[in-house]
Ligand binder design. Structure first.
Ligand code: NDP
Ligand code: 2IT
Length: 445
């Protein structure tokens, strides 16, 4: 039996070489549940840690397709079916050139605990491809999606594994993937979430991750008798999560002053209002342009190649990608009196950054708690699909709000350290218990 976290991590690193992000995600979870495991030795006796870091199944496959010039292109596809102890595998698909097995294992691992926190019956999974949708035509994106699903379809199903979107996969891609699944299988089922409203999608699913993140941050602020009203907020990213986080902050009376993409950040001290946001949504979702164009339209500053963390803010909502806040960024945020960070993205803060936040006792909501609203509404989409019915906008929004409040309560219950809530510890322990206990109930599988 392992005596220390380091001893356990040595075996994980040896067995999974060159998967740095996966090691990082495992280390964070194991560190924060370690004391709990010592107090509850049956988890160690049943080797839950060794089992939970091993995916139940990994599928890797060739994705050949033809570009507009007729040239054959070959990408690699993946689906990591990590853990089905509490429900069918559930989690997004990421299309981005940086996708590798290690990245998808980190995301799949996080998803196990996140899905457990939602209170809904969903296991953990993640998939995707190193395909880069940037600069591709509609026809190329469709050809790729069809080829990807031609292989993936045999591994998924509404009670087996239900993918959804993530970076580079939005409503358009889910549509092409769903169309191809239906064509091959001759089944109209809830095999994907994030579907269009006309064909089985749920209201509020597009908004859910961003809205949920802001609801969670609002719960964190409430613990200090505070709210979003009058707060200056730095958001990173300008995709699905960033857009709807911004929309909800505006609605709650806050002022969002930054957005970014992989080329740089924009800083608008006047605040991004509803009209400007509408323009950003058109830029990013329809015209598929760069965030730099914002400053040509509305003024403000463009910070080429820079992340937004140099902007003075009260609240930060990192909503782009992993490891986008390092130690220096975290110190800058704290120095500028930012006192609340809620992660819309998965693992955007690196371990040194998290240490800075926790040491300074600021409110820090890790992704698996703060961004769980997206997959939670995916779970609600699955429920509606199985019942062959649809809830209205207010019903779904109320359920989302109530789930985010439950997640906050779970973090508080397991993360309280005196008057400070350590949300990392709280989320990891609460997420772990339900999955680990279910694994024990189901025997050595
Ligand atoms: P989108 O593809 O809609 O948007 C991603 C945004 O992040 C874009 O602005 C993109 O810029 C930027 N970005 C991506 N990669 C990088 C990078 N390497 N460096 C800097 N910026 C980058 O994705 P989502 O909004 O859906 O996802 C954002 C984050 O939220 C991810 O971490 C995802 O895992 C997480 N998440 C998403 C959920 C969802 O429901 N969609 C649910 C829970 C978490 P560019 O256009 O230049 O690439
Ligand atoms: O990281 C995530 O939680 C997602 N990309 C959403 C997954 C889902 O199944 O809705």
């Amino acid at each position: 039996m392992y005596k220390t976290v380091d001893a356990f991590m040595e075996t994980v690193i040896a067995k999974n070489p060159a998967q740095d992000e996966f090691h990082q995600a495992v280390q964070e979870v194991v560190e924060s549940i370690w004391d709990y495991l010592q107090d509850n030795p049956h988890y160690m006796h049943t080797k839950i840690l060794d089992r939970i870091v091993e995916p139940e199944r990994v599928v890797m496959f060739r994705v050949p397709w033809r570009d507009d010039q007729g040239t054959v292109q070959v990408n690699r596809g993946y689906r990591v079916e990590f853990n089905s102890a509490i429900g069918p595998y559930k989690g997004g698909l990421r299309f981005h050139p940086s996708v590798s097995l290690g990245i998808l294992k980190f995301l799949g691992f996080e998803q196990i605990f996140k899905n457990s926190l939602t209170t809904l019956p969903m296991g953990g999974g993640k998939g995707g491809s190193d395909f880069d949708p940037k600069g591709k035509s509609e026809n190329e994106v469709m050809s790729f999606c069809q080829s990807f699903m031609t292989e993936l379809n045999r591994h998924i199903g509404p009670v087996t594994d239900v993918p959804a979107g993530d970076i580079g996969v939005g409503g358009r891609e889910i549509g092409y993937l769903f169309g191809q699944y239906k064509r091959i299988r001759n089944e109209f089922t809830g095999v994907l979430t994030g579907k269009g409203l006309n064909w089985g999608g749920s209201l509020i699913r597009p908004e859910a991750t961003g809205y949920g993140c802001v609801y969670f941050a609002d719960e964190m602020l409430k613990t200090r008798g505070d709210s979003f009203k009058g707060k200056t907020v730095a958001v990173s990213g300008s995709g699905n999560v960033a857009q709807f986080a911004t929309e909800k902050v505006i609605e709650l009376g806050g002022k969002v002053v930054t957005l970014s993409d992989s080329s740089g950040s924009i800083y608008d001290p006047e605040g991004i209002d509803t009209n400007k946001l509408k323009w950003v949504m058109d830029l990013k979702n329809i015209r598929r342009g760069r965030i730099k164009e914002y400053t040509d339209q509305f003024g403000g500053e463009y910070w080429e190649g820079k992340r937004p963390w140099g902007a003075k803010c009260d609240v930060a909502l990192p909503s782009a990608t992993q490891n986008e806040i390092n130690k220096e960024d975290a110190e800058t945020l704290v120095k500028n009196n930012c006192f609340c960070v809620a992660e819309g993205a998965n693992m955007p803060s690196d371990p040194d950054a998290i240490e800075v936040f926790v040491k300074n006792k600021i409110l820090f909501g890790p992704g698996k708690a703060a961004n769980a609203g997206g997959v939670a509404v995916s779970g609600l989409e699955m429920s509606q699909n199985s019942m062959l019915m649809a809830w209205n906008r207010d019903e779904v929004d109320a359920k989302l709000k109530s789930i985010m409040t439950c997640i906050h309560q779970a973090c508080e219950k397991y993360g309280k350290e005196g008057s400070y809530i350590n949300y990392v510890k709280g989320a990891n322990i609460a997420g772990f218990i339900k999955v680990a206990d279910s694994m024990i109930d189901q025997g050595v599988v």
